[in-house]
Every structure is written in structure tokens, then in C-alpha cells.
Design a binder for this molecule. Structure first.
Ligand code: ADP
Ligand code: MG
Length: 291
């Protein structure tokens, strides 16, 4: 990659912002899930878990969306969460990321970070990245610019244009582009990517922040079979380096990637175990998988 491409990127971000006021996204509410991850803190993993929810409940108009939920995730683990619509999967992610406050219970990141004390931006800065269901990449910016912007979002728009990329950041961007199989598409406008590639790009934007924990809500929905297979490889490659919590309905995909599967139903854990264990669990078959 040449310095020329870098300069070009900054100018195009500026042009795009001049035209539209701000860089455009599909959903507009992504800011909160980005932010610079604090690199100078070591997460206390002394209890062998990176995320811990204890007896968490939240009600909406008297309806218990999350009902005394207790769940933990080990460092480097790839956890799949399955369960019927309305089980509370997305609400659980809303609670972890600070978008929804629970009525009761505890949520810890490592042993010492009480996530309920922090807002969405601060939680992202602690190293929790979230991917929403729909891809929300900047359609009129290139793949390179999207990744670049993800790195600099915390600096604000003006600062990000003036800010010149350091060589190690360029290396990091190239590594991430490779990880998400978009290394040959860096100059392409994100709007021209396939649905699956847009999803990968958004995951790449999260990876630019080097999150410790990634929350992914239905990442392969709408993907082709080939894209789904590539995504399985991507997640298997990410596990160990990051902890992942993946909500998915695609059981073939879950079977390929999961260490441990947690089945949520009515806002609580119905079953947990290996894919084979939950697949043969009578209650899980009844409420979710069918016969
Ligand atoms: P899932 O992701 O497992 O399909 P959700 O977490 O989206 O389930 O929803 C769980 C339940 O909580 C649903 O009945 C949903 O309608 C309700 N719910 C979720 N968020 C809100 C909200 N902000 N206000 C009111 N009800 C909500
Ligand atoms: Mg959901």
C-alpha cells in the first residue's frame, strides 16, 4: 500500500463528509459501538472468565425479557447463543454493552470491571465490540477508508482527517483486511461489496479496535453458503485471540464453530453444553429445534 492511497483516503473521507455533512451509514447509530480500546489495562482474569452475568433481570412494561440470567464466558472462548425469537438474546447483548440497564443483577468484565457503572462508549473502550444484525458500513467510502475510520473514530472527524497513519497502524489495517478476506478490495467502495463482504468489513472495523470480547448478533443471516463457510473459518481464526459471543439461528454454522452452546428461552438459560448435547436435549427440541 502506498502513501498515495493513504492521502487519497483522507481526502475522500473529507469529500464524502463535505457532501453529506457527516459520513453516511445505513443505520446511523453505530457510534456507540466504536471507540478506542484502552490498551494499557490488563483485564483481571483470575477467576477464569472474561464475562460474568449473575442473576440479571430486566422487564419492559412488566414483561420479563431477561429473567434471573446467569452466564459466564471464558477468555478466548467462542460461545454460541441460540434460542427462539423473543428469548432475550439481543436484550442480553444490550445489557452487556450498556444500551439497556438491568433492573437487578451483576455484569462483570473480568473480575473487577463492573460494567453497570459504565455507559456504552466506556464499555466499548474497555474492549467489548458489538456487531449488530444489519451491516452498518459507510457505503460511499472504500474498504480501506472504513477500516481507517474505525481506528480513528475516537479522535473526532476533524482530527481523523489531519491525523496521519503510523506505519504500524497501516500494517494492522492490512492484517485485518487479510483476516476478513478483503485484502484485494481495499479501494472498492463498501456499497459495492456483497452482503457477506459488508458483514466482514464491519467485523474488520471492530477488529481495528482490538476488542477483547466480540458480541455478534446473527452474523450469517442473509449470507450465501460460501460466505457462511468463510465466516465460520474467520470466527475459528479469531477465537483464542478474542472471546466471542455469537447469536445465530443457522445450526450448521453453530455446529461448525461452537465450543459450548447456550440455549436461551424466556430470558434465562434453558440448556448449555456441546452442540451434540443441546441438539439432543428434549426441552431444546421442544421449544426451539423441533423434530
Ligand atoms: P431475541 O433477540 O432473542 O429474539 P429480544 O432480546 O429481541 O429477543 O427480545 C426479548 C423480548 O423483549 C421480546 O419480547 C421483545 O419484544 C422485548 N423487548 C426487547 N427490547 C425491548 C424494549 N426496548 N422495549 C420493550 N420490549 C422489548
Ligand atoms: Mg435478536
Amino acid at each position: 500500500m502506498t502513501p498515495d492511497l493513504l492521502e487519497d483516503g483522507a481526502q475522500r473521507i473529507q469529500r464524502s463528509q463535505n457532501r453529506h455533512g457527516v459520513a453516511q451509514t445505513q443505520s446511523g447509530d453505530r457510534e456507540a459501538s466504536y471507540g478506542r480500546v484502552r490498551q494499557n489495562h490488563d483485564l483481571d482474569l483470575i477467576h477464569g472468565r472474561i464475562l460474568y452475568l449473575d442473576d440479571v433481570s430486566v422487564s419492559f412494561d412488566g414483561f420479563k425479557a431477561i429473567n434471573q440470567l446467569t452466564l459466564d464466558i471464558a477468555p478466548g472462548e467462542l460461545r454460541c447463543i441460540i434460542g427462539p425469537n423473543g428469548a432475550g438474546k439481543t436484550t442480553m447483548m444490550d445489557i452487556i454493552t450498556g444500551k439497556t440497564r438491568p433492573d437487578s443483577g451483576q455484569v462483570y468484565f473480568g473480575s473487577t470491571i463492573d460494567l453497570l457503572r459504565y455507559n456504552e462508549t466506556e464499555i466499548a473502550q474497555w474492549g467489548i465490540g458489538r456487531k449488530f444484525q444489519k451491516p452498518t458500513v459507510f457505503e460511499n467510502l472504500s474498504v480501506f477508508e472504513n477500516l481507517d475510520l474505525a481506528l480513528k473514530t475516537h479522535k473526532g472527524v476533524g482530527a481523523s482527517i489531519r491525523f496521519r497513519m503510523q506505519p504500524e497502524q497501516l500494517t494492522r489495517l492490512e492484517e485485518v483486511a487479510h483476516t476478513i478476506s478483503l485484502q484485494d478490495h481495499l479501494r472498492r467502495p463498501a456499497g459495492l461489496l456483497s452482503h457477506g463482504q459488508k458483514q466482514w468489513l464491519e467485523i474488520g472495523m471492530l477488529l481495528m479496535q482490538d476488542p477483547k470480547l466480540l458480541l455478534l448478533d446473527e452474523p450469517v443471516a442473509g449470507m450465501t453458503d460460501h460466505e457462511t463457510d468463510r465466516t465460520a473459518e474467520l470466527f475459528l481464526n479469531l477465537k483464542g485471540k478474542h472471546s466471542l459471543m455469537v447469536v445465530e439461528h443457522d445450526m450448521g454454522f453453530v455446529q461448525k464453530i461452537a465450543d459450548l452452546v447456550t440455549v436461551l428461552c424466556d430470558g434465562a438459560v434453558l440448556a448449555q453444553g456441546s452442540f451434540a448435547q443441546v441438539q439432543s436435549n428434549e426441552r431444546v427440541i421442544e421449544v426451539y429445534l423441533g423434530r
